[in-house]
Design a protein around this ligand. Sequence first.
Ligand SMILES: *[C@@H]1O[C@H](CO)[C@@H](O)[C@H](O)[C@H]1NC(C)=O
Length: 377
Amino acid sequence: MAKGHISSLLAAILIIFFSSPLATAARYNVLNYGAKPDGRTDSTQAFLAAWTQACESIMAATVHVPPGRFFLQNVAFQGPCKNNAILFRVHGTLVAPSDYTVIGNTENWIFFQYVNGVTVSGGVLDGQGPGLSACKASGMNCPSGATSLGFCNSNNIVISGLTSLNSQLYHIVINGCQNVKVHSVTVSASGHSPNTDGIHVQLSSGVTILKSRIRTGDDCVSIGAGTTNLWTENVACGSGHGISIGSLGKDLQEPGVQNVTVKSVTFTGTQNGLRIRSWGRPSSGFNSIVIDQNYCPDNQNCPGQESGVKISDVTYQDIRGTSATEVAIKFDCSKKNPCSGIKLKDVKLNYKNQPADASCDNADGTAFGFIQPSSCL
Ligand SMILES: *[C@@H]1O[C@H](CO)[C@@H](O)[C@H](O)[C@H]1NC(C)=O
């Protein structure tokens, strides 16, 4: 009897063990598919093969990338997958081709599309961008460059503990996604590298960016058309251009920007702190958040110079830092569609150790707490 009890107990334990998620998560190590951590061998197909297995798995799956340098050309990890819990666990460094023409004409280097429940954790992405920056600086005809990590039309995404170095173009792009958490991410590129935005969000809802350090040659976080319910907190920006909403309203049919919160962000030597700008031309976009509603490069293609984009409900809270230009806060909104519902709370921005300037046109809102430069709302 006692023996029977013990064996059924054992069986129960075994069943619990093997049915726990840890015991059953399938694990696909890229080395088993031919990837080589030598920084030279093209591991693109090996990564794709490991991804395909993880995506086909009916249970939670991990793609495991061990330490080492893995050379990757542009690669698209496509869904939909048969499970919605794929962990891309990276210990090593993914290295882009040093010849910028190889991926420079593709939109993305590492790209996820139509996936649900994907986490990219850890690792370093080395976009090898300086060659392309040098080409652009020389005035030659150069490719526009690839975004290092792109997520498109995907839901329930986590990007954590990742370091992105020297992208050719944007570092991270979230486009057409819902429920995305970006946290503990480090972005680093030269202050002189053009269009190397840290994190660009568009046509997406429920994106949260937490505890990250972003040093680039362009926007720290850029918020494009169709962004709603974005939360940014505890982000250190600098160098670069600061946090920008826009340019919005470039297209006639363009969704607006709604409910954006920027909280506890520090700016160090950024060109601006916060900037909202929208194209000075008609657009059906509404409720957006940009600080220049008369944006019109070279005064071309902006009939009437009146922005059709509406910007509302933008909160900036606990923002501090230094601006590289005198005007640290610029709300340049259109007469036809003034910005509304802008809230400033506890803001301290300097320019050359003096309080910076703020400028407001057609912007309505409220200021609370300590505000420097004094609010122009
Ligand atoms: C605004 O966005 C936050 C997330 O960033 C969300 O928690 C909140 O419910 C949203 N508010 C409205 C009115 O949608």
